[in-house]
Write a protein that binds this ligand. Structure first.
Ligand code: HEC
Length: 159
């Protein structure tokens, strides 16, 4: 690890980005963030889902948030949770729905959480639910052109 970190820093300083450039130094904690094996929250949830489904993943998320919130060991932003739900939607739409709902429950003030829930509903052929979710997203932040077009698409799907 010490050698690897040294190699990384050598490679970085070898980027030759000019004399004035201030290089970032990679440190142990850049990766480790207080963990022996530096997992990201997404990986932890993948593991929990394959062991016990989305309920297990949500229990794990809550447990970790209780323990680590406020530090940089895990990313507990609503945006990242929404991105995670979104990443599940190709492989398993039910898991995506469960995680997107969990995202909205935990981060009702995060517009992206509602947007992703809307996208999942639209994929599931539930445009009425998608419309509600997009409207909730736009109520928080009206200046989202992409969400406005998604809302129009959901309304079209109702016709
Ligand atoms: C570029 C990212 C990165 C940096 C920088 C880094 N590590 Fe690691 N470290 C890892 C990863 C990833 C693993 C887990 C490897 C695995 O999956 O077995 C790990 C594993 C370890 C482990 C084994 C933990 C265990 O119990 O299994 C130790 C000890 C460790 N690192 C110490 C250090 C120290 C000390 C430094 C600083 C000199 C450092 N690491 C810097 C990424 C990094």
């Amino acid at each position: 690890m010490i050698k690897m970190t040294g190699n990384i820093n050598q490679n970085i300083s070898g980027l030759n980005r000019g004399e004035d450039h201030q290089y970032t130094q990679v440190q142990c904690k850049t990766c480790h963030r207080g963990q022996a094996n530096p997992f990201m929250i997404e990986q932890v949830m993948d593991e929990a889902i394959s062991d016990g489904g989305t309920m297990a993943a949500q229990a794990k998320y809550n447990e970790l948030k209780e323990q680590y919130y406020g530090g940089h060991t895990y990313d507990f932003t609503g945006f990242t949770l929404a991105e995670y739900a979104n990443s599940l939607s190709n492989d398993n739409i039910d898991n995506a729905l469960s995680m997107a709902q969990f995202g909205v429950e935990n981060y009702p003030g995060e517009p992206y959480a509602h947007t992703i829930l809307g996208n999942v509903y639209l994929k599931l052929g539930k445009p009425a639910d998608a419309i509600k979710a997009y409207q909730a997203s736009l109520a928080i932040d009206p200046e989202q052109g992409g969400v406005k077009s998604q809302l129009e698409a959901a309304k079209k799907a109702m016709e």
